[in-house]
Design a protein around this ligand. Structure first.
Ligand code: SF4
Length: 684
């Protein structure tokens, strides 16, 4: 028989937004195996991270005592002392400079319940809307573009819909490495259903190789081809007329706005031949069911929101919303980045995307929290750092985000951190960001807590406590509650389910979400009605606007041609590698993964390598106006010509790609244009 101390507990993967669920077999803190089987997104599959990426919970690097900065460095402190200090410093900053001198960054790796409490803490306990999360660095532009066209920023349907599409188009998405199990399901649909796949990207990654067609536009020109295809479809009577007539507003204005986007213009701008563009337009118009998937290649650009709207416009023109197998799928990177936005960790919205100025939301929050929501938008992540440098932001509390490596232009960011009077960093490890902190709080990991995550499908799933929190650590929700209580509130949550009850009361699109309805492997895709009916597929009868109709968003954005200069002559792209997650804080603590993928590298094209005499393994220095990094070169056919690719997963902070990226960003959301970076390369 089995050892009676061996336990099996259901959890949800923390490594990407696909939302794979599985059982974890443990003996005490020892992880015996990860066993998938019943998860909606994954069934019997996981990727290498989901299967083998968990040893970080037992890493000797885990923080187990709060740290307080003294003149000579950090010293260990008790929880009581650290929490008292946090409470008193927040209070004194608020008293001296007002609530807006404080700001909060929620983690997209935390649970929904915890993220909800971060924004509640900001708004109720402190009285500021200065709260944001890391979707500011990734999918905010997609949320914006979709909100403008179809009304809801999330994915239109589920992975089931993506499987049912006759054509899947991916744009700027390294799907096989960033969302591996989803890529597997697409591969299966290709094989079993004859699904067609078109990949638009700069880099010939695995997904591009699997595609029926791989298209390489010039950097930052997706807006142009998407608008040109829509114009060609409309000019040649290939649009879905009935759909446009019945379900969509704004056709005339949209048509006028794309008048200049001829195929000839698009070919010149994007480098995609005119004949290819025409064939693509005809194919997309003719296909029965089309899904468009996109990721950071679209959103981390100066026109990220406009390009997201342009892709949504293309779906509207061809009637590809509201039916199984159709729709827009901005793929969420972190396991709970969808939830971070859903739970209101945003400077202008509370949970469920209710605007802070919405009279009904104000009423609900007045009733529940006893405060009036302030109507002024707070600071987003980017603005927080500017305000710190200007001296108006004095205190910042960051949970579980390695901002000092993942924000763009990190050398600039470091100055912002240094300018703060008080910085709290809450994390599993002594991160690079923690180096700037005044107080460091040791947090519990996802395997050590209960709660829910929301995957890219808008699917809410429960995670159960696989093991007790490592001695000395606490779940985020307990930490926020302990400080809120010190600041005189009556917060008295005894379990994350208490928080979910409050979320449901305050959030119309989550009104029917309860822990009972999420028991075990059960899940719900929001919006969820009071009777528990959920909505895997959106827009089946109406779009999320008052008259129920979608809106074609006029194309006002004018993309600029990217032109690396004589001094910075190479275009630098960045993204993920399969084995590692994000900046790598967790996965570089997993020996098995490190042995397979020990460090980062820069991909150099064969042409460029031949021209400059570069060999794989050779050290090079990349230099941008913002800074420099030293990495090894990897000569590969995946990139072409003057295009470089540097994974964001760096083992050493010195190799972080964001030493090179600049401060320019998407005009509508302030999302940094990470992908719009030029560098020069020096051989070492
Ligand atoms: Fe985890 Fe994503 Fe891999 Fe699934 S695909 S196991 S959610 S990292």
């Amino acid at each position: 028989g089995r050892d009676r101390y061996i336990q099996k507990t259901k959890t949800v993967c923390t490594y990407c937004g696909v939302g794979c669920s599985f059982d974890v077999w443990t003996k005490d803190r020892q992880l015996l195996k990860v066993e998938p089987g019943q998860g909606h997104a994954n069934g019997i599959s996981t990727c290498v991270k989901g299967k083998f990426g968990w040893d970080y919970v037992n890493s000797g690097e885990r923080l187990t005592k709060p740290l307080i900065r003294e003149a000579t460095g950090f010293r260990e402190a008790s929880w009581a002392e650290a929490l008292d200090l946090v409470a008193s410093r927040l209070e004194s900053i608020k008293a001296a400079h007002g609530p807006d001198a404080l700001a909060f960054v929620a983690s997209s790796k935390s649970t929904n319940e915890e993220i909800f409490l971060v924004q509640k803490f900001a708004r109720q306990v402190i009285g500021t809307n200065n709260v944001d999360n890391c979707s500011r660095y990734c999918q905010s532009p997609a949320t914006k573009g979709l909100s403008q066209t179809v009304g809801i920023g999330g994915d239109s349907g589920t992975i089931h819909d993506i499987e049912q599409a006759t054509l899947v188009v991916t744009v700027g998405s390294n799907t096989a490495e960033s969302h591996p199990v989803l890529a597997t399901r697409i591969k299966r649909a290709q094989k079993l259903n004859g699904q067609q796949v078109i990949v638009f990207d700069l880099r010939e990654h695995e997904m591009a190789r699997r595609a029926n067609q791989f298209i390489r536009p010039k950097p930052g020109t997706d807006f142009v081809w998407a608008s040109a295809l829509a114009k060609f479809i409309l000019d040649n009577d290939l649009e879905d007329k009935a759909f446009l007539q019945e379900r969509v507003n704004g056709l005339d204005e949209y048509r006028e706005s794309i008048a200049d986007y001829t195929l000839a213009y698009a070919a010149a701008e994007t480098g995609i031949p005119e004949a290819t563009l025409e064939a693509l337009a005809r194919q997309i118009a003719a296909e029965e069911r089309v899904c468009i998937l996109w990721a950071m290649g679209v959103t981390q650009q100066c026109g990220g929101s406009d390009t997201s709207a342009a892709l949504s416009n293309l779906l509207l023109v061809t009637g590809n919303y509201g039916r199984t197998g159709t729709g827009a799928y901005p793929l969420r990177g972190h396991n709970n980045v969808q939830g971070a936005g859903d739970m209101g960790a945003m400077p202008d919205q509370v949970s469920g995307y209710q605007k802070i100025t919405d009279p009904l939301a104000i009423q609900r929050h007045e009733r529940e929290w006893g405060i009036t929501l302030r109507p002024e938008k707070g600071l987003d992540n980017t603005e927080m750092m500017d305000a710190a440098l200007e001296g108006t932001l004095k205190g910042l509390w960051i949970s579980g985000e390695e901002m000092s490596l993942t924000d763009a232009n990190v050398n600039h960011l470091a100055k912002g951190f240094e300018a703060l009077d008080f910085l709290v960093v809450q994390d599993l490890y002594f991160t690079n960001t923690a180096r700037y902190a005044d107080v460091v709080l040791p947090a519990a990991a996802s395997l050590e807590k209960e709660g829910t995550f929301t995957s890219t499908e808008r699917r809410i799933q429960r995670l159960y406590r696989v093991m007790e929190p490592l001695k000395g650590t606490k779940p985020d929700w307990e930490i926020y509650q302990a400080v809120a209580q010190r600041l005189g509130t009556n917060w008295a949550y005894t379990h994350p389910s208490d928080i979910m009850t409050e979320i449901a009361r305050l959030t119309p699109s989550w009104v029917g979400v309860t822990y009972e309805r999420l028991e075990g492997y059960r899940s719900l895709c929001w919006p969820v009605k009071e009777d528990g009916t959920d909505t895997p597929l959106l827009y089946t009868d109406r779009f999320h606007f008052p008259d129920g109709k979608a809106k074609l968003h006029p194309a006002t954005y004018k993309p600029r041609q990217q032109a690396p200069s004589a001094e910075y002559d190479l275009h630098l792209n960045s993204g993920r590698m399969l084995e590692h997650f994000h900046e790598g804080n967790m996965t570089f603590q997993v020996p098995g993964i490190v042995s397979k993928a020990p460090d980062t590298f820069v991909e150099v094209s064969r042409e460029l390598a031949a021209e400059r005499g570069i060999q794989s393994g050779q050290w090079v220095r990349l230099v941008s106006p913002q800074g420099s990094v030293k990495v090894r070169a990897l000569v590969t056919g995946r990139v072409q010509a003057n295009e470089l690719y540097l994974p964001m997963n760096a083992r050493h902070a010195e190799a972080a790609v964001n030493r090179l990226t600049g401060s320019q960003g998407d005009s509508q959301t302030n999302t940094p244009a990470y992908k719009d970076t030029s560098v020069r390369m020096e051989l070492l």
